[in-house]
Ligand binder design. Sequence first.
Ligand code: FES
Length: 140
Amino acid sequence: MSNDNFKFKAVEIEGKKYLVLCQSSEIYEGKGKKFQFGEEFEKQLAVFRYKGELFAVYNICPHRHIDKIHNGILKDGFVMCPEHGWTYSLSTGENKFQKQGKKGLKKFVVFEQNGYVYIEEPNFDIPKWKIEPLNPEHND
Ligand code: FES
């Protein structure tokens, strides 16, 4: 069994698998919160409450691969990375300024019900260069 998502309880809602992320009261208006889903650096996301609505995006900025999106500044439906200002749409994850780069943030389905926040089971993309070879002892 994998260690992924070990901290979060899995539930099924209308035939789909979700994880119980936290209590609704833990996500403050106008703020982001980081969630880590495993030991690997890549397995983290940021959840925001903006104008009462929840949004979940990948927490690692594609500019310099820094995990600070959760500390970003929210404005007009966008989150601005606190490091160098790359700016992403909360609703689509797209980069607002294509001159900065075409890479956006992956989005995740998030919602709240009965005082709890639920998220679709995240599927994180691990960079290919980090994937272990199948047989590291094989030196051909
Ligand atoms: S690391 Fe986010 S803008 Fe540079």
